[in-house]
Write a protein of this length. Sequence first.
Length: 372
Amino acid sequence: MLTRRTFAAHIGLGAAAVRMLPEMAYAQREAIRARDLPADIVWLNANENPAGPPPASLAAMRETLPTSGRYHFQELGDVYAAVAKSEDLEPRQIIVAAGSSEVLHCAIDTFTSPTRPLITITPTFEGPLEVAHALGRPVVLTPLLPDYSADVHKLVEEAGKAQGGLIYLCNPNNPTSAITTRKDLDWLIGNLPANTFLVVDEAYIHFGETPDLESALPYVRQGKDVIVTRTFSKIYGMAGLRVGFGAARPDLMERMTPLRMGPISIVSARAVVAALADRQNILPQRRASVARTRRELCDWLRERKLGFIEPHANFIMIDVGRKAREFADAMPRLGVAPGRPFPPLDNLLRVTIGTDAEMVKFRDVFWKVYQG
Ligand SMILES: Cc1ncc(COP(=O)(O)O)c(C=O)c1O
């Protein structure tokens, strides 16, 4: 299997360069591409949004390309202003970077140390773990509860034991698509031990429909020791443009910002500003569209008595009753690439919600493999 680290080694980069490699999805696709695959393969392995960039962003990018010979750094303030306004924050509470991966990197570098660990659940999004490992920071993993939710009491206990550190909570969580409820989140933030910061990764929060799921941004506005990360890679469909942002108290931002690599490109910046101007339409439309396709898949799975974790993001974990690896290996040759296995959830297959047509193909290929 090609992990981020072996991928880095493969293209000749050492641990010091891991910062340049937040694209686990890229590494995964490279790994799959190595085999003989149908040209029209459906990619359901990286939780991308098949809707792609909104039309307003595409138009803004087309218009920008001829002028991209200039840095345009003077426009950076506009991006910060637009992002901040979209979440009722001030620009000094914001960092805009090359995907939320870069923001996570800055947070880990700033709030962990050789004695203050990164504390998280397992399994979860592996990017932060790999950054911590590359930086030589300790990592503490806590198991999920039987309902696949985070054990917030255990996270606090571990932070207390370590006398501080950074808790990483992905909500909804990747790869499970399960949530940390607003009640648990509130308890966690109310009980952070001394010298402990919480980073909540909300890459998928826009896909959730349950009122039990709540953003941690209100806690940022209240000035708590909380950092929230968001991305334009998922619901906005702009993964290849590499834009994400973080939100936190200005003093925390001042510590993180110097670690950022540099401003995002003017093409990406204008795409983001255009998308944010239309977010009141984009977000509900896209949320509803993914939710409908997701519901149809859940109904189909229920009809076939197949188990799954109740999904709250644009992907779902299906219990295939045997090693998910068998599906991950067999399906690409038949034209659909699902996610790879996520130990220790070895019998669960992660599948991104694609277009309706893609999910028809998914069901067909999945069922063939399921029936052997
Ligand atoms: C939970 C989570 N956080 C962050 C990211 C990184 O996203 P990006 O760097 O594209 O914003 C991903 C990518 O798949 C993810 O699943």
